[in-house]
Design a protein around this ligand. Structure first.
Ligand code: PMP
Ligand code: GLN
Length: 410
């Protein structure tokens, strides 16, 4: 797509506005357009639909954390530029969290970096660790910012396709995808959009590849506490991985405050320093007062984390039942708050068209997984629904979707 700056100039030659013929958008970003999340949320607002597209809860997280943020603003904590690596309270809380849940020992001063959400962490990691021409192996469907950040770093993504119904990582395909240009394996588990949670054995096989080929692993673990079946294993805990793993997470999903945009990177001092070098020129520092609130969140007792998963497991069941009743093929996720479906049984063959028409047909918004694939054919009929919504909203969505079933023929 070519974006030009202005229409042809009116008026005499040499006066008025000139036509610009050069493409404005950097070629690395060509074709990326508007994110599917923005497009679909705008469609939801425009049509008054139930929004099960963009992944954000419709109920805020703990009021006590909102109070910490408000108190911090009023007390003048973090209202001016906080320290570049993040406030010490949050870095200490991140290190304590990694110790509590995974037995990891991290130095909060040198091995933790606070970022503006996981989104900035991903961008800074790609910009810091890649050279132009390097290759990044990523599981597809991949979260959309991966493709954009790899491209902005001048590198090339090499997808390894997860396939229904189970979406397990294909370790042979990953091995075959490694070349002399491969620099990073970019992982995401629990995986958005499929809900796949990588097993320890799968991660061990990936770790083995990384060690054998001397690769870095960047792992996006923002859904680490949203696991219903199996367990979340950070790949950094596996042998040989500490020195080559950049672990990314964020408070958005765990604490149900996706607008606060507090994320973090953990890794060896060398890796964190590299990522910080890029981060400091992206945002310099990240959201001051919210850092205090997320630090308080990370110190919440184990029961908070268990209740989060229990509540979402129940919602997974509600939405899965509603989708099945409406005629979708449902791939039950092991983690995250998304359900991927296949629309073939509804007589549909194009997820993008389907999602664009769904709000008009029945007042529900979903996300077409095809936009997260390079292999468009592999994802054409997959559609994702978010279940981080109130029970009555999920029930309303199920009722609306029930009108989709084709009348029985004959
Ligand atoms: N990675 C994945 C897999 C996501 O789904 C999201 C959206 N929460 C992000 C990263 C971005 O996280 P944040 O909102 O903290 O920037
Ligand atoms: N991570 C959320 C999702 O997958 C929202 C991301 C976004 O809006 N950029 O829906």
């Amino acid at each position: 797509m070519t974006v030009t700056a202005a229409q042809p100039a009116a008026g005499p030659p040499g006066g008025g506005r000139q036509t610009m013929t050069r493409t404005l958008l950097n070629s690395a970003l060509a074709g990326l357009g508007t994110t599917i999340f923005a497009e679909m949320s705008a469609l939801a607002v425009g049509t008054g639909s139930v929004n099960l597209g963009q992944g954000f809860p419709d109920t805020d997280g703990p009021a006590e954390l909102a109070r910490v943020a408000a108190d911090a603003v009023l007390a003048g904590l973090g209202n001016q530029y906080p320290p570049g690596p993040g406030i010490p309270e949050l870095r200490i809380a991140v290190a304590a969290h990694q110790k509590r849940f995974y037995g990891l020992d991290l130095d909060p001063d040198t091995e933790v970096l606070v970022t503006t959400g996981a989104t900035e962490a991903i961008a800074a990691a790609m910009l810091a660790l890649l050279e132009p021409g390097d290759e990044v192996i990523a599981l597809e469907p991949y979260y959309d910012s991966y493709a954009a950040c790899i491209a902005m770093a001048g590198a090339r993504r090499v997808p390894v396709t997860l396939r229904p119904p189970l979406f397990r990582p294909d370790l042979d395909a990953m091995r075959d995808a490694i070349t002399s240009r491969t620099r990073i394996i970019l992982l995401n588990s629990p995986h958005n959009p499929t809900g796949m949670v990588a097993t320890k054995a799968e991660l061990a096989a990936i770790a083995d590849l990384a060690v054998r080929h001397d690769l870095l692993v960047v792992t996006d673990e923002v859904y680490e506490h949203l696991v219903f079946d199996g367990e979340h294993v950070p790949i950094v805990t596996l042998p040989g991985m500490r020195e080559r793993t950049v672990t990314i997470s964020s408070g958005g999903k765990t604490f149900s405050f996706t607008g606060w945009k507090v994320g973090w990177v953990t890794g060896t001092p060398e890796l964190v320093t590299a990522v910080r070098t890029a981060k400091q020129f992206l945002t310099f520092v990240s959201s001051g007062p919210f850092q205090y609130a997320i630090a308080a969140g990370l110190a919440l007792p184990d029961a908070f984390y268990a209740d989060l998963a229990t509540g979402l497991r129940r919602k997974r069941g509600l939405l899965a039942d509603g989708l099945r009743a409406a005629g979708f093929e449902v791939f039950v996720p092991q983690g995250t708050y998304f359900i991927t479906t296949d629309i073939g049984r509804l007589g549909e063959s194009d997820g993008l068209d389907f999602c664009r028409s769904l709000p008009h047909r029945c007042g529900v918004v979903a996300v077409p997984n095809v936009v997260f694939y390079d292999d468009r054919a592999a994802g054409r009929t997959q559609v994702r629904f978010a279940f981080c919504k109130r029970d009555d909203v999920l029930a309303d969505a199920a009722r609306r979707l029930s009108g989709l079933r084709r009348p029985a023929s004959g």
